[in-house]
Design a protein around this ligand. Sequence first.
Ligand SMILES: [Zn+2]
Length: 150
Amino acid sequence: MAHLHTALGSIFPKVGDRLVSNLRRPMLRLAADTSPGVHDTIIACCDHARYQQLGCERYHDNCADNLRMALMAIGLQAPLVPAPLNVWMNVPVAHDGSTRFAAPVSKPGDHIDFCAEMDLISVMSACPQDITPVNGVGVAPESLAFEVLD
Ligand SMILES: [Zn+2]
């Protein structure tokens, strides 16, 4: 995501922008977005340590493990958990640089289209975060649909 920030001159990707790799090569183009376009590019994905910090004493599903399991299912292993593009995650940045987790401004039925600019493996995790309001307050996890087109 740090390379994305440099390429875009912004922390907020918008329709038409190209998401680049850590080698600054275009990977995906944001082709369409029916939401207000609030996506996070600065917050690490949730993981076991994050849920421990939030007071969980037992295992909590998390995006880092979702990534690892998705790759394991196709015989791959992540050398590290990369900085994610957090689609529809609302992390406002204040003038003093502080951040907070806010409810999404997207709504059910919104969709986002990406066009691959290279062959790639992309993993999507429906974030199971239910402690901070980042997925909405009192919101139960719902299904997330995706489609890959040629
Ligand atoms: Zn998550």
